[in-house]
Design a protein around this ligand. Structure first.
Ligand SMILES: [Zn+2]
Length: 133
């Protein structure tokens, strides 16, 4: 039986979330996952930590500053997996077959796809028109 399985078994023996032992077991579980996550992706690892911290608080317990720092660090790690949106990575309609390109073009008065903030007709429309012919 792994340490985590033992903790889960211990948690099951608690009378319920109001049982003062539950908070203590959850806190040890949190420490165990902070030492070595079981999830294979950083975001899932953070989610596990956040869930247990939530359960501790819901049971009237407190998450220590040290534990919270570990959870925050795990979040930073997970956030690295979220790639920021890069408008320049959106394919130019001109590079696509004409029919698809037309369907994907913004409306004349919509914001341009390049993220300039200008209306499409005042930005890339002319360029797309030229490329389409
Ligand atoms: Zn543009």
């Amino acid at each position: 039986m792994t340490e985590l399985e033992a903790l889960l078994a211990e948690l099951e023996r608690c009378a319920g979330p109001d049982d003062p032992r539950a908070v203590q077991v959850l806190s040890r579980m949190l420490d165990r996952l902070l030492r070595a996550p079981i999830a294979d992706c950083a975001l899932c690892a953070w989610q596990d930590l956040a869930r247990i911290a939530g359960a501790i608080r819901a049971s009237g317990g407190t998450v220590t500053a040290e534990q919270q720092a570990g959870i925050d660090a795990a979040f930073e790690e997970g956030a690295k997996l979220l790639v920021p949106f890069d408008p320049s990575a959106v394919p130019s309609p001109a590079s696509l077959p004409a029919r698809v390109a037309r369907a994907l073009r913004p409306g004349r008065n919509d914001p341009c796809r390049c993220g300039s903030g200008r209306k499409y007709k005042r930005c890339h429309l002319a360029e797309d028109e030229r490329a389409a012919h």
